[in-house]
Ligand binder design. Structure first.
Ligand SMILES: [Zn+2]
Length: 104
């Protein structure tokens, strides 16, 4: 499972290789709006990739603590099927949906 998470982190690293030289500074003002929204989209992807990477790192810390696989809110075992789909999941399905509601 830890190897699985290490692979997830590597994939996440690969998804945002960093700024590309010479791209993103159009001289034509007509392109400015389009390029801005492109930058916004890239930023949104980066933010979600970083957030998921944080979750993966937190999951690795839970492996160290021997609490991995248990919901951080209710402490119950997270179903294996859920961990297969989201190895970095910190909460069982019901706590995750309650957590998502609290954040809204
Ligand atoms: Zn729970």
């Amino acid at each position: 499972m830890r190897d699985e998470l290490d692979r997830s982190i590597l994939i996440l690293h690969g998804e945002h290789p960093g700024p590309q030289a010479g791209v993103g500074y159009p001289q034509d003002s007509a392109d400015a709006g389009a390029s801005l929204s492109e930058a916004d989209r890239t930023e949104a992807v980066l933010i979600s990739a970083r957030a998921q990477r944080e979750e993966v790192l937190a999951a690795l810390a839970r492996i160290e603590d021997n609490t991995y696989g248990h919901c951080v809110d209710c402490g119950h075992q997270i179903p294996a099927g859920r961990l297969d789909a989201r190895p970095e999941a910190a909460r069982c399905v019901s706590c995750q949906s309650a957590y998502a509601k609290r954040r809204r």
